[in-house]
Write a protein of this length. Sequence first.
Length: 237
Amino acid sequence: MAVIAPADLRTAFTEAGLRLRGMLGDLTEEVVRAPSALPGWTRGHVLTHVEGVGRALARQASCARRGVLVELYDGGRPARDAAIEAGHGRSAGQLTAAVHDALDEVDAAWSAVGPADWERPVRYREGVLLGAGLAWWRELEIHTSDALLGHGTSDWSQPFCAHLLNHLAPRLPDGVRLTLSTPDGPWTLSGGPGDGPTGLTELNVTGRLTDLSAWLAGRTPAGPLTGDPLPPLADWP
């Protein structure tokens, strides 16, 4: 599966940011307090997380361009979790303004990234800036769907699904090769090395590309996946 080019990646998450902005105009107190697709989280939790991770990954971009390495979140995961708990109860107007402000920061940071910057080192996963950009694409697309504001997993683009399948293939158990028969495919994913005669256990599943992507991402597919029983998944890579 091809890796998306940096210029196309920036276009993709710019478009995703504009889509989310368009959904924020209808927020009411009732809407932001309603449950999201994530157990235990309201829409307010999800939007607060998008705000926070957007700013955190934008900072990775801004600092990388200056040759500075910083942690994703000051204070690590505990600080990230505390910020979500502190912020999800804000009013609909406050949440709307905060997400718009974070997306402004995101746009400014990533629009300044030049062709030579994508391989600059970042502290995020001790990788490079391209990896941080891909992370923002995943966070933005997946959590926009989690917010249940009208853009669901069945609306994910083929390039995004292709990226998710590539990124999340390590969630398959060792020794499993899963082939999805779909109008968009076929697509084949493999877990780690197996110990059978061929080294792999073959599983064949029929369904839409978006539904397999949603399943791998730990979300409920909008449509059925039929065929061999789907294996349990490992943690996110």
